[in-house]
Each structure stands twice: as C-alpha cells, then as structure tokens.
Design a protein around this ligand. Structure first.
Ligand SMILES: [Zn+2]
Length: 213
C-alpha cells in the first residue's frame, strides 16, 4: 500500500476549487469513483480536505467539488453548527488522517440561518433539538446586525466567518497546525443556483486572498 504525499494547504485548496469550477461549468470528470479507486482506498484513506458543511441536500460535497472516494472527509450539520462531536470529527481528519485543509461550507437560502433570523425577530423558537441548532446560529445573526450588515448574504458570510473562528478558538490542534503552516482553515459561500463556491474567510492560505467586502 502506498500512501500518497500530503499536499500543501494551498495545493489542497486549489484541487478543491478546480473541482468546483468543473462542476460549475458542467464539465465534471467524476474522478476516483471507479472500482480501481475503491480497491486502492479500501486499506487506508488519505483525504486531502475536511469538508464541514451544512447538511442541506443540495450541498452534496463530492458532487459540487467533483471529487470521489477517499478525497474528502465530510462532516455536516444543519447550519454547520459546531458541537463537541463536530470538533472531534474535524480533529480526527486533521490529526489522524493528516488533512492539510479544513473547509467550512455555507450557502445561500440556508434554512437554519433563516430560522435563526426569524427567531431573532421575535418569532417562535422551534421545538425539540431543532432549537439547539437555531440557538447556535443566532450569535452570527446578532453580530451581523449589530455591525449593520443586514442582507441575507452579509448574515451568511458572518456565520461562515464566525464558524471558522470558532473552530480555531475551540480546537488547539487546529490552531497549532495553522500556526505551524501545516493546515489552512477556509470558509466558502456556496450559491445554490450556479453551484459556485466563493472564499469568504481563510487562515493559513498563502496564495489565495479573501476579496474585500
Ligand atoms: Zn443550510
């Protein structure tokens, strides 16, 4: 069994964005989805990125980034809210599987963000454990509004940035790897209609700058 060389954080990010561009333009290659890849990855996995995204059914990670078996270590929760199981899963991908990249993937028309916005407006809080999800999105909604950023996109981007910062605040393993140049943590905003993913936050990428605004 040969373990492929771990790419740099920048190279991993480029692999991901290149795959997304293939998906956007309707020219996917569907790589690493055949029986040979299945056999190759059965003994061990070495994914090149941890994908932490919203559970939304339209955010299927391997499809929208045109990847295959063994490429992405995927963790998804509604509204990409963070709890201890999420942190443990991401840390596993980074410290045990040696992923050089963690991506937070949010998207427009996110139901969890809409519910948190409605609750912040005085609407009824949802019942059951859905309330727990909404309550974990609410700080992002309130922070965006306090800063005068009221549009849906601005609230979404605030929540993505907040999630990236939360991962680095809560996980010493992630923060240390970023400081050592071995890991990047990036926040991407996905547009459902055209399938594109835009960088809105990053720590540890050197080739790619987050556009202003
Ligand atoms: Zn969502």
């Amino acid at each position: 069994m040969s373990k492929s060389l771990t790419p740099s954080p920048d190279d991993a990010f480029e692999m991901l964005i290149t795959g997304n561009q293939r998906f956007v333009t309707g020219t996917p290659e569907h790589p690493n989805q055949d029986a040979a890849r299945r056999a190759e990855t059965a003994p061990a996995q070495s994914p090149f990125a941890v994908m932490f995204g919203c559970s939304d059914s339209r955010l299927a990670a391997e499809i929208i980034f045109d990847q295959g078996l063994g490429d992405l270590f995927v963790v998804r929760t509604a509204g990409h809210v963070v709890g201890s199981e999420v942190l443990g899963s991401i840390e596993y991908g980074v410290s045990v599987l040696d992923c050089p990249l963690v991506v937070v993937l949010g998207h427009d028309s996110c139901g969890a963000i809409a519910a948190a916005s409605a609750a912040a407006d005085g609407g009824r809080a949802p019942s059951g454990f859905v309330r727990d999800v909404v309550e974990r999105v609410t700080p992002s909604v309130l922070a965006a509004r306090a800063a005068g950023r009221e549009s849906a996109d601005e609230i979404l981007h605030e929540h993505i940035r907040h999630t990236v910062d939360l991962l680095l605040e809560r996980s010493r393993i992630l923060a240390e790897r970023v400081a050592a140049g071995r890991l990047a943590v990036a926040g991407l905003s996905y547009r459902l209609a055209d399938g594109s993913a835009q960088l809105v936050a990053s720590h540890g990428l050197t080739r790619t700058a987050v556009p202003a605004g």
